[in-house]
Design a protein around this ligand. Structure first.
Ligand code: IVH
Length: 593
């Protein structure tokens, strides 16, 4: 019989290869829409997410498949209506990211290669337009070529000549020089053109980049002139007769020679300064007057550019940090139910993964049934996700225009997804609850809470370990952890003698923790960390707390009637008392001082 493990691996691989092929086809489709037709159907952000997924999959599938790395190709903007022309030196694209971790990795790789503590970078605005290569021969503008596939592009010289402040002649020694930059439409011009379009009853342009890309490929230069293209130069390709030493010198020299160049850019040494400058760029981006979608970091010293070299697609000395939208669209793929330690059932949206403000988001809480009804969230809906306070992802609203007409309202299940008990709706707060105290998910959550940092602080008892201990039937509730022996733990995957001993020592140490940690760790409904501290201070022992009357409890600061009766309810459960007795027998500290 064949090895079942390798069979699963093979199946996984087939699924991955299938997704890889689908992703490639999808990216090809969007490339054509974007580069050739200037009529994208998805946002840059959604496109970047597809590329990231492709790159990750390619890494997973590995080189054995001899996959020609599609994601390493440069998006081609070639158009058959234009003469194709070669660049004198290859035009690269840029690797980009929406998160600071990738930026850190980029910097680490460079420092390792150059053996230097802190690198000086130039931080420039990333202009959201169309890349262009200007070739000057003996000081005369000879050709303006779009990036194309990086080797050849379309000759759009006539269209570029409509830009007033682009020098047609420069003071340059004999030979060739290539200057590179971005052609774009200023924000005010974009608005004016779109206003006109709307007045004429026509469809407006989606964004300034599309307008720039569409304009540069117009066959009538008079029309191009009306559209008022702009240009900013930021780099140099082949360069006969003059040598530059650093990027800031290139930027200054471009200005000096009369080119429209970067007005705003910063030198930054070390990552902290880089972050600061990126933030600064983010804060002034709306005042620049042209569309920017991020910051570009370039190693300042040009001698390092040669040392670092390039991949097939991008230089290793430059990187784009893109400003990510804080609101992004995704799809509800499923709605799952989570059982909390108090039995509250929380519906969770399982989303098609999206990047928001630097992290990948694939789940968002839906809070409760009322919230799902209020927002009318249905399976398959396209929804706008937002990071509330930049941390927790939340669903803002459904994009009703994109709803599948057959989508049905979500029906909240009647049974607990963990133990099958009939769910009950608790008074007033709109939450469905599983009232089975022995429900496996509730037990698991209670143990995790008991071991958590603010409670008994047994940090080795994380979610994976607790799940394993439960499935091995070694523990069922929090008191069982004190009955664990070396031979139990060492029998689990990833536990050796040392880690088993550490876990046992941490469990033992937790027996002597302060009383408030135990009170908090028990997971009494309505009792947060501060209330647990107040209760410990007032009653001095767990037994005194268990015996307290409603009136006595309500004398504790911040304890109202609801919390007081939750405490009394909690201690009236026989399973709770049994657990407490077991904790006492194991020698857990029950009092202050
Ligand atoms: S440097 C070899 N600097 O962004 C380095 N590119 O998404 C290549 N872009 O292809 C370019 N602003 O068209 C550079 N300040 C800037 C830029 C910039 C916009 C464009 C450029 C590039 C694309 C990558």
């Amino acid at each position: 019989m064949s090895d079942p493990f390798s069979q699963i691996e093979r199946q996984k691989r087939v699924v991955m290869l299938g997704r890889l092929k689908k992703l490639r086809d999808e990216i090809i489709k969007h490339d054509l829409l974007y580069y050739r037709d200037s009529r994208p159907e998805i946002s840059d952000f959604e496109y970047d997410c597809l590329k990231i997924e492709l790159e990750n999959l390619e890494k997973l599938v590995g080189s054995a498949e001899e996959i020609e790395k599609f994601s390493q190709k440069i998006g081609d903007d070639s158009d058959p209506g234009f003469v194709s022309r070669s660049h004198l030196s290859k035009m690269f694209s840029l690797d980009n990211t929406y998160n600071l971790t990738d930026l850190k990795r980029f910097d680490e790789k460079i420092r390792r290669k150059i053996c230097c503590d802190d690198i000086t970078y130039v931080v420039e605005p990333k202009i959201d337009g169309v890349a262009i290569n200007l070739i000057y021969r003996d000081g005369d503008l000879l050709h303006a070529i779009t990036r194309g596939d990086g080797i050849h592009g379309d000759d759009v010289t006539q269209n570029l000549r409509t830009i007033d402040n682009l020098p047609q002649k420069i003071n340059w020694p004999t030979g060739f020089v290539e200057f590179r930059g971005e052609v774009f439409i200023r924000n005010d011009v974009f608005e004016r053109i779109n206003e006109k379009k709307i007045k004429a009853g026509e469809e407006p342009f989606a964004n300034p980049r599309n307008l720039a890309a569409g304009t540069i490929k117009l066959l009538d230069s008079n029309l191009v002139a009306e559209r008022q293209l702009s240009i900013i130069l930021y780099g140099v390709g082949r360069c006969d007769g003059i040598s530059y030493h650093n990027q800031s010198e290139v930027l200054a020299d471009l200005r000096q020679r009369g080119f429209p160049g970067q007005d705003v850019y910063f030198l930054a040494t070390g990552l902290d300064e880089v972050y600061e400058k990126i933030e600064k760029l983010g804060s002034i981006k709306s005042t620049l007057g042209y569309p920017t979608d991020g910051a570009v970091l370039k190693v300042n010293e040009l001698k390092y550019h040669d040392l670092l070299g390039c991949t097939a697609k991008a230089p290793r000395w430059a990187f784009a940090y893109k400003f990510s939208p804080s609101q992004v669209e995704s799809v509800i793929e499923a709605i799952s139910l989570q059982v909390g330690r108090t039995g509250i059932i929380t519906p969770v949206a399982e989303l098609s993964p999206v990047f928001i403000s630097g992290t990948m988001v694939s789940r968002a809480t839906l809070h409760n049934e009322d919230e799902i009804k209020r927002k009318d969230i249905r399976l398959g809906d396209r929804v706008i996700i937002e990071k509330a306070g930049e941390i927790i992802p939340a669903i803002l609203e459904v994009n009703l225009a994109k709803r599948d007409p057959t989508a049905m309202p979500f029906v909240f299940p009647k049974n607990c997804p963990s133990c099958g008990a009939i769910l009950e709706k608790s008074n007033g707060d709109g939450f469905w609850k599983c009232k089975n105290f022995s429900c496996a998910d509730q037990c698991r959550e209670r143990i995790l809470h008991f071991a958590s940092r603010n409670a008994m602080d047994i940090h080795q008892l994380g979610s994976t370990v607790v799940t394993k201990l439960i499935s091995a039937k070694l523990i069922e509730n929090m008191s069982d952890i004190y009955g664990l022996k070396m031979y139990h733990i060492i029998s689990m995957d990833n536990f050796g003698p040392k880690s088993s001993e550490n876990l046992l020592m941490a469990i033992e140490a937790s027996k002597h923790k302060d009383l408030y940690r135990l009170i908090y760790g028990l997971g009494i409904p309505s009792v947060g960390l501060q209330t647990a501290k107040d209760l410990a201070l007032k009653f001095n022992s767990l037994d005194a707390l268990i015996g307290a009357t409603l009136e006595k409890l309500m004398m504790v600061p911040r304890v109202g009637e609801k919390t007081a009766s939750d405490i009394i309810d909690f201690f009236s459960k026989k399973q709770v008392i049994a657990t407490i007795e077991a904790l006492r027998n194991h020698g857990v500290n029950f009092s202050n001082g």
